[in-house]
Design a protein around this ligand. Sequence first.
Ligand code: HGY
Ligand code: MN
Ligand code: MN
Ligand code: MN
Length: 415
Amino acid sequence: MNYTVRSSSSDSVFLADFHHVSTIGATARNGVDRQAATAEDARTRDWMSAWVEKHGFDLRVDAIGNMFACLEFVADAPYVLIGSHLDSQPLGGRFDGAYGVLAALFAALRVKESVAESGQMPRFNLAVVNWFNEEGGRFAPSIMGSSVYAGLFDLDEMLAVNDLGGTTVAEALTDIGYAGIDTPPEAVSYAEIHIEQGRILERERKDVGVVESSWYTQKLDIDVLGEQSHTGATAMADRHDALVAAAKVVLAVANVVDEFDDEALVSSVGQHVVEPNSPIGVPRRVHMVADLRSSDPAVVRAARDSLKAQIADIALAHDITIEIEDFDIRDKRYFPEAGVELAEKAVANEGLSMRRLETMAGHDSVAMNHRVPAVMMFVPSVDGVSHCEREFTTDADMLRGLAVLTSVAHELIRG
Ligand code: HGY
Ligand code: MN
Ligand code: MN
Ligand code: MN
């Protein structure tokens, strides 16, 4: 596929490139399906490879498929990393992740141009990152590539993770030609811009959100194990129907929020796979993943304990086995105050309005904040919706965010 890669770093070219790349893997209802290491993900990666080459960046791909477009100003100096992710949710939105990668590419190009014009060498180098599998829709856990880079996840363990069809991460990366062997650049700091995916900025008419903390989040891997039988010939008393018990588990996950103050806890079962999923087979197994999040770690832990007790009772009542495993636990974490203030200064310099907020959604910056000082910023989401085809952010808001990211990147490479 040939890629029209334009040479300017102008706003209009940024928008043209964003609307081109963000519609790769487009769905019938103006969303995208560009899950990690699929052919659609590969097409955005190929576009980025062509863009990077055209603009004289050095492309490195590491062993978990993270792509680093490197600008070396000073030999042997570490890198400021800016970026996000090009992979999407199944039937997801065009802006989640893709906006942050395109904005980072154009911010880096503008920084490259201004360093060349000024002749003033910065202290640090700059690289743009497209992180592998931030969304976790195909391969769980999510935020995978940046968590391996940050030393939170083990590389070999992640390469061995398989999708519902049995394909491993390693096989999928090889299939799309992005099983890298390069050593990734050493990071000194990280910055990311992203759509808010909530409605605070829109409601308060603020241009930019500066993220000061990330919620405590964890997932529960739940396997409900019943007995397969004939939906016609098997007496009701003889059935061990995994789906009936699973339905009660789904309701328990939804209702556990009522044990806490309003909005203190959010919880849902998003993934739910029935086996054998036949119209005339009593289900033998339901595998599901529950997602629990709160600004208060104690609330998630209490909710998890309450759910485990309720689910044990459901298993007993139905005389079946239900296995539960905690995974993808991410502690509540604050972003360094210096980075928050640096972002606030950049926003003020652009004459824009802002407010601090915490993020309920996970991001690559949440992983990177464990390894280096990270800065995370948001631009408004129309109607506050995300992870759906209705996801939308205006061109004007994207350009404002690009201007802020560019000045943050300038500051960070100066050191
Ligand atoms: O986990 C998250 O919230 C992100 O969307 N992957
Ligand atoms: Mn995202
Ligand atoms: Mn997302
Ligand atoms: Mn399982």
